[in-house]
Ligand binder design. Structure first.
Ligand code: ZN
Length: 192
C-alpha cells in the first residue's frame, strides 16, 4: 500500500524513533509499504517518520541511480552494492570514518527542494536487517550519504539542519511556504 509522505512542518518529522526490538508482522507490513511508497515517489531512501511512524526503521534502494557511485565493504572486503539492495536498516548506528564532502541532496518530505550538504564521505554502519539479524558494513559515496540522511530522520534531524547558513537563507521563503502549507493542511484535518 502506498502511504502518504508527510512533509516539512509535520511534527512527526521532529520525533526521535523508538527502537524496534522484534520484527513483528506489523513491522514487516510497514517495511513492504515503505518500499512501495518510496518506489512510487522515485526516492532512494525513506524513513519511518516520513510515513508518520516514529520508529528506528529506514529503507533504501540505490539501484535506480547509476551516475553517483557508492562503495561498500564488509569484514574489510569490497562487496557489490547492488547485492545489498533493497536495504532495510533497523536501529542503525552510524560512525563517521572519512572527511566531510559536499554533495547534492533532496528529500521526499521537501518536494522540489535540493541543496549541497556536507557529510562524512565514509561511515561504519551497524543495524538489524528486515529479519532482525545484526548487520555491519562500511560504505562510501552516495550510499554513505543516503544512510546518514535517513539515520538523521530516525533521530528527528532534517537535511535543512545540515545546510550552511547561506544555503538555508536562500531557501528560506520556499521552506516557510512548505511549512505553512503542511500546518494549514493539518489544521484543516483536525477540524473535520
Ligand atoms: Zn529525507
Amino acid at each position: 500500500m502506498i502511504l502518504p509522505v508527510v512533509k516539512y512542518g509535520h511534527p512527526r518529522l521532529r520525533q526521535k524513533g523508538a527502537r524496534i526490538e522484534t520484527v513483528t508482522a506489523d513491522i514487516r507490513r510497514l517495511i513492504a509499504d515503505m518500499f512501495e511508497t518510496m518506489n512510487a515517489s522515485k526516492g532512494i531512501g525513506l524513513a519511518a517518520q516520513q510515513v508518520g511512524q516514529a520508529l528506528q526503521l529506514t529503507v533504501l534502494d540505490l539501484r535506480v541511480v547509476t551516475e553517483r557511485p557508492s562503495t561498500l565493504e564488509q569484514n574489510g572486503q569490497p562487496a557489490d552494492v547492488n547485492d545489498f539492495m533493497p536495504l532495510v536498516l533497523i536501529n542503525p548506528e552510524v560512525q563517521a570514518v572519512g572527511e566531510p564532502v559536499a554533495g547534492p541532496e533532496g528529500c521526499l518530505s521537501f518536494p522540489e527542494i535540493y541543496a549541497e550538504i556536507s557529510r562524512p564521505e565514509t561511515v561504519d554502519v551497524k543495524a538489524l536487517n528486515e529479519k532482525g539479524q545484526p548487520i555491519e558494513f562500511r560504505c562510501g559515496g552516495l550510499l554513505a550519504r543516503a544512510v546518514q540522511h535517513e539515520t538523521d530522520h530516525l533521530n528527528g534531524i532534517l537535511f535543512i539542519d545540515r545546510m550552511d547558513r547561506k544555503t538555508k537563507a536562500e531557501l528560506r521563503d520556499e521552506l516557510d511556504e512548505l511549512q505553512a502549507t503542511t500546518k494549514a493542511a493539518l489544521a484543516a484535518d483536525r477540524k473535520k
